[in-house]
Design a binder for this molecule. Sequence first.
Ligand SMILES: [Zn+2]
Ligand SMILES: [Zn+2]
Length: 140
Amino acid sequence: MLQCTAYTEIPEIDALVALTVMEGGPDQPPDALAFGNFLMCELGEHDDQAEHAAQLWTAEIPAMRDLWLFWTDTGTYRFAELPPCPATAHADSVTRAQACMFYVGHCAHHSWQVTDPLDELLSERARAEVQRIWDTRGET
Ligand SMILES: [Zn+2]
Ligand SMILES: [Zn+2]
C-alpha cells in the first residue's frame, strides 16, 4: 500500500512546547525541529475520517513514548505521546524481524506494509542515473 501524501506545516511554537514538556524529550527542543518546517503523513493511505500522523520525536529509551503530531484536512492539530505499535513483521526470524514504526492503535497498515512513493521515485531516478554514468563510461 502507498503512503498517504498529506503534509503539514509544523506549528512551531506548540511543537516546541510539546517537545519541552515531554519526558525523554530532546535536550535542545529547537534542534529537534531543525530538519525543516514540514512533516509528511507517515501512515499508509487512509480514509478522511482518520487523522494524519507524523512522528516528531522518537524517545531514546525503548518502551517510552514517542511524540506524534496529528492533523486533519480541516486544519486542526494536536500532539500526543504514544507508545510504539507492538506489532512485528517476521517475529519468528531474528534477521528479518521488523518492528512497526507507528504508534499503538494506528489506522490502516503497519509501517512495513507502506511504501513511500517518493522513495520509490528517487531510487528509480538513482538507478537511471547510475545506468547513465555506466553507459557514458563505456563510451570513453
Ligand atoms: Zn495521512
Ligand atoms: Zn503497527
